[in-house]
Design a protein around this ligand. Structure first.
Ligand code: PEP
Ligand code: MN
Length: 380
């Protein structure tokens, strides 16, 4: 895909998107929730409380709704926007709403933290270009029947127009299968992350169209590498003006959030459930994960050290000052991260010592192999 000049994964590092204190695409799984459509001030303040309690960071709510039927509820417009923004602010959440054209973009852009471009507008190229001029991150949903390439090229439109903050959102694609509203394409998460450096989130609500599948799909999405979830929830789904059948009740939303941390931990990510705060159990899961990473990284370091040993012998290099330089650099980093410098000063000499031993062992093993092969040759 040569045309992914900006969205493509030319560099190894993934992009993280910072938005008013929330980082999307980092280690933390970002949970977003809220109703399909904003209906009232009361509804929004109730659901903002739910999202906050769950540990969500971003409140969603549509005020300009691109409905399949022209006779369906089209959204409250600006009045609804105020309900969304105020409810989010009251709970210290960020907020996102969908824009459907130039006029709606203009109306909301200064008021919300993120903009959403929906599946039906993924290839509205003029809207994509306008989003590229907006100074807000854009959640770009995958089109109803869009290939991953088309989706990434749509993101490229936004990036090419000057906005680097694009978050891809997989929300299910149309297939022959009628038992769900759409088919959640979880492989798209991995493929999009392979091809692009942009964060990828998953919307299980529009994929499934039914609330009984949301919990398992959300967990599967995290396991598949999603950087976040955007889930519909409503104080009373039976009364919702749109997408009630796929909306979680507040209790279901909070319960699901309580279960996400373990799944996140299993794939070296973090999700902090808001509800009861940290429990001993969740903290232990987090610390076990950190310890495992430390040992894995030490093993990786040791392998590199052995290769360095071989290389230094070949090149006859001796650089006595390098260990001091490393320690100095890491001491500076430790101080920056509020770790005691002494920790680095004590741990690193040990790491170096074991590294050296491992280099010597590896050299001896190589010498032995060489001797053995010479012996076999000479005895032939
Ligand atoms: C929505 O998020 O409310 C919505 C309309 O989603 P999609 O564009 O994915 O159908
Ligand atoms: Mn919806």
């Amino acid at each position: 895909m040569n045309d992914l000049k900006l969205a493509g994964r030319h560099k190894t590092a993934r992009s993280t998107i910072e938005v008013n204190g929330v980082t999307i695409g980092g280690k933390e799984i970002i949970l977003m929730g809220g109703p399909c459509a904003v209906e009232s001030s009361h509804q929004m303040s109730q659901i903002a409380e739910t999202v906050k309690l769950a540990g969500g960071k971003i409140l969603r709510g549509g005020v300009f709704k691109p409905r399949t039927s022209p006779y369906s509820f089209q959204g409250l417009g600006l009045e609804g926007l105020d309900y969304l923004v105020q409810a989010a602010r009251a709970q210290n959440l960020l907020c996102v709403t969908e824009v459907i054209d130039a006029a709606s973009l203009e109306l909301v852009v200064e008021k919300v933290d993120l903009l959403q471009i929906g599946a039906r507008n993924m290839q509205n190229f003029e809207l994509l270009k306008l989003a590229g001029k907006a100074n807000k991150p854009i959640i770009l949903k995958r089109g109803l029947s869009a290939t991953i390439e088309e989706w990434l090229l749509a993101a490229e439109y936004i990036l090419a127009a000057g906005n680097p903050k694009v978050i891809l959102c997989e929300r299910g694609i149309r297939t022959f299968e009628p038992s769900t509203r759409n088919t959640l394409d979880l492989s798209a998460v991995g493929v999009a992350k392979e091809l692009s450096h942009l964060p990828v989130i998953v919307d299980p609500s529009h994929a499934a169209g039914r609330r009984d599948l949301i919990s398992s799909l959300s967990k599967a999405a995290i396991a598949a590498g999603a950087d976040g979830l955007i889930i519909e929830t409503h104080p009373n789904p039976a009364e919702a003006v749109s997408d009630g059948p796929q909306s979680l009740t507040p209790e279901q939303f909070v319960q699901l959030a309580g279960e996400l941390g373990v799944v996140a931990g299993a794939v070296q990510r973090v999700f902090t459930y808001g509800g009861k705060g940290d429990t001993l159990e969740t903290l232990r899961i987090q610390i076990d994960r950190v310890d495992q990473s430390i040992i894995e990284l030490l093993a990786e370091r040791m392998q590199i050290v052995r290769k360095i040993g071989d290389q230094k012998r070949l090149d006859r290099v001796k650089d006595t000052n390098r260990q001091n330089e490393i320690i100095q650099r890491l001491v500076n980093l430790a101080v920056e991260l509020q770790l005691p410098a002494e920790l680095v000063k004590r741990i690193y000499p040990l790491i170096f010592e074991f590294g050296l031993q491992s280099q010597i062992k590896s050299k001896l093993a190589q010498d032995k192999d060489r001797e053995a092969s010479l012996y076999t040759l000479s005895s032939k």
